[in-house]
Ligand binder design. Sequence first.
Ligand code: NAP
Length: 347
Amino acid sequence: MLLSRVLPSNTTLLPASSRARAAPLRYHRVPVGGAITVPVRCRSALTIQARDAPSVIDIEPQPLKLLDRRTKLKIAVIGFGNFGQFLARTFAAQGHEILAYSRTDYSDTARSLGVAFFDNQHDLCEQHPDVLLLSTSILSAEAVLGSLPIQRLRRSTLFVDVLSVKEFPRNLFLRLLPPDFDILCTHPMFGPESGKHGWAGLPFVYDKVRIGDSDDRVERCHAFLEIFEREGCRMVEMSCAQHDETAAEIQFLTHTIGRVLAKLDLKSTPINTKGYETLLNLVQNTCSDSYELYNGLFMYNKNSTELIEKLDAALDTMKKELFDRLHGIFRKQLFECSGRRSVDAGN
Ligand code: NAP
């Protein structure tokens, strides 16, 4: 039986794990002045706390954005690398409760972000997050999802992914997850570099692949999307297939050009033009993402193969145009010279 069912209504259950890292920072809701509750930080591994206990401990100094019970989510980030951490920072700043698991030990980073880090997937799943967010590399997504002990989650957990390709995780979720789980496929089309000054105006693509009809499931999905809306993202609802078709051009192409330019080892000079600066920025923007990410964009989007062939053909066409012109000029000069020589000889 669920412990919450037998405890008095003024009791809050707090997440704790026997194997969670030693005293990780956790954020809990504690009442302040009656109706309002705020997240507070504590290092205790307690699992039960009376809501009316005098326990306001170490309140976060940052301005708190208060979320009501319906919009505050417990989000488990699976894959706490570059992008997972980038997202978790904003999720936590909005007041959501964030848990994380990764194959690498990121407990120090997690602590600094106010995230509870777990080195064991079972422990994390037993915390019964509302949302499980897959943020691993595209190439490892199947292995990571396949190894998750999903039987420890609540049956209606919302699964979200942020992979840069969309048909692949959509099919993976539909194949590996039992029908009780909700599925939301998303792609925040920005990263730690392009979103370092905020997310306002940046595109966020999503596809509600499978969301149950009940009000709580619809509201949970809405609460997750609201995280990005609050930051001012441009919300774009689009099917996964449509995303991949479009993203091959705008994303794979951008990354490929950036990586091709990087091979030229371009240097900044005292006479940089604005156009050249744009190229340098492109190299910086694209190469700061992992090669694995780029490789995933190629391997897991069927439209990328066609695009790289088109790019190759376009470069050949450009070269042909240039050389044809050059030959045209040489040929003209050659005939003019030989014509002049025969006129001279005739004289
Ligand atoms: P990434 O290289 O694509 O992925 C790194 C993450 O994958 C890390 O959390 C890493 O875990 C995990 N990982 C890699 N191989 C693994 C394996 N064999 N087993 C378990 N975990 C493995 O770089 P990223 O930038 O962090 O991207 C994460 C996801 O977000 C990708 O799917 C990417 O397409 C998507 N995304 C990225 C951006 C961006 O701008 N970076 C933007 C939108 C979407 P450890 O760190 O623990 O090794």
